[in-house]
Design a binder for this molecule. Structure first.
Ligand SMILES: *Cc1c(COP(=O)(O)O)cnc(C)c1O
Length: 461
């Protein structure tokens, strides 16, 4: 299995190299050269299997000869051993034809653990074989950073640096990043907002001397291995509700388009998915794009669902690549236009997008009202990201089961949840002492040279 860039100018890489590299050298994202298909019989055979067994069956064709079957099974087992629910991704029923897929039973209480825990184990296995070391630098608006630190802390061949915007993450998110004691963890509070953090991260990747010098690796949601890990729970949940004999639909709270793109891959692999619904908060570039055909940046307005406060959805490039018939030049052209504010999608590709995805948005008021209504009618206390999705999903309920992805535990966002429904969500018992642990964090300026110097100085050699 080979991986090609969405901009068509980078060399093809193996799974392992694409995972270690993150971003292609032409600025594009890696996608598999072809998508493996599972037959209805293959899918039917997943019924009754454990999450780990389904993960192996779904992901195995994508990894080529990177690992033996036994190695890959052991990697998967280690990745999900720390989850606090034996089903890993349990379904709960909200209404006759509406289900929540709970993706927050991992160590940092958000769905990002599904991908990050796996990628941590994949990196460790690959690096201990090659004897190499890498430096991971990531930028976060909150959930990615804590999931990455949790996955990579204490691993022997990795230093992990996480840039987060000083004063702009929730206290719980900050403490998850600043309280681990392992010496390979470096939490950096940067002056600026999330876009500044992400911009400095991109600058580091574009400085090829630095990139080579520290063996820079990326784990942001553009990393293909992260998308792949997320394909699994589309299969496990659909099979639990009757696939391949019954169709299902999904609604996905969307920011960087990684999670819903995994659903698109599941569909291309043969999973009978009727609708893939994109749910956005007031930062609704994706919803506007599907409606108008124009992908135009607007200003990001902070919301109660901060992990979706994004104006440029990185993984959307992968969908565009397919819709433009896998024409890397066309995608490169669109991304060039994006630098000056936006682009218009041509008619054919736009029709393709509209056939594949539907969309909706929820305002702040609608999100809060949904949290309140669901607490009152079902007893389920939702995190704001999930509430955005539930609001949109209700507009798309039909004759097949709707599975709405529940991406975080409400206790990660206690203020917004309490304001909406009057219930103060409490952290699970194993995290109850988070507020008492000492914090370790370095305040850094929004300055590329200073950041690169710090990474050079802090990383172990
Ligand atoms: C990251 C995140 C999202 C958005 O996922 P994307 O893959 O970026 O679309 C939604 N909800 C929560 C809680 C998240 O952490």
């Amino acid at each position: 299995m080979h991986y090609i860039s969405t901009r068509g100018q980078a060399p093809e890489l193996s799974f392992e190299d694409a995972m270690m590299t993150g971003l292609a050298r032409d600025g594009g994202l890696f996608v598999p050269a072809e998508i493996p298909v599972m037959s209805p019989d293959d899918i039917a055979a997943l019924a009754g299997k454990s999450y780990e067994e389904i993960a192996f069956a779904v992901m195995r064709p994508f990894i080529g000869d990177a690992f033996t079957d036994d190695e890959f099974k052991a990697i998967i087992a280690r990745a999900y051993a720390g989850f606090r629910h034996s089903a890993r991704a349990p379904l709960v029923q909200l209404d006759q034809n509406h289900f929540l897929l709970e993706l927050f039973h991992g160590p940092t209480l958000a769905f990002k653990d599904f991908a990050m825990q796996l990628i941590g184990q994949l990196f460790q296995a690959s690096l201990s074989r090659s004897g190499k070391r890498v430096t991971i630098v990531g930028a976060t608006s909150g959930d990615t950073g804590s999931a990455a630190i949790e996955a990579f802390k204490g691993l022997s061949n990795v230093d992990v640096f996480i840039l987060f915007p000083h004063g702009r993450v929730s206290e719980i998110q900050r403490r998850q990043m600043t309280t681990p004691t392992e010496s390979n963890v470096h939490a950096l509070a940067m002056d600026g907002d999330f876009d500044d953090c992400q911009a400095r991260l991109k600058d580091m990747f574009n400085d090829f001397d630095f990139r080579e010098g520290v063996k820079l690796a990326g784990v942001n949601s553009i990393n293909w291995a992260r998308v792949l890990a997320q394909v699994v729970y589309y299969f496990s949940s659909a099979v639990a509700l009757g696939a391949p004999y019954r169709e299902v639909s999904f609604t996905v709270p969307t920011g960087n388009f990684g999670d819903i793109f995994a659903g698109y891959i599941a569909k291309k692999m043969g999973l009978p998915i009727r609708e893939l619904v994109i749910a956005t908060n007031q930062n609704d570039i994706l919803h506007r794009t599907l409606v108008t055909g124009a992908y135009t940046k607007a200003e990001t307005i902070p919301s109660s669902s901060p992990s979706m406060d994004i104006q440029v959805s990185s993984n959307f490039e992968r969908a565009l690549f397919d819709m433009y018939g896998r024409d890397g030049n066309a995608v490169a052209q669109l991304m060039e236009e994006l630098k000056s504010g936006g682009f218009k999608i041509s008619q054919g590709p736009l029709e393709g997008l509209r056939e594949t995805f539907t969309s909706g948005r929820a305002s702040e008021e609608e999100c809060a009202a949904t949290i309140k209504e669901m607490a009152a009618t079902t007893g389920h206390v939702l995190c704001p990201h999930t509430a955005v999705a539930v609001k949109v999903a209700k507009e798309h309920l039909g004759s097949v089961p709707m599975i709405t992805l529940s991406t975080a535990h409400p206790a990660k966002f206690p203020a917004a949840v309490e304001a909406a429904c009057g219930v103060h969500p409490t952290l699970p018992a194993h995290m109850a002492d988070l507020g008492n642990k000492p914090e370790r964090v370095t305040r850094v300026p929004n300055d590329l040279a200073a950041l690169m110097a710090l990474v050079h100085e802090r990383r172990a050699l």
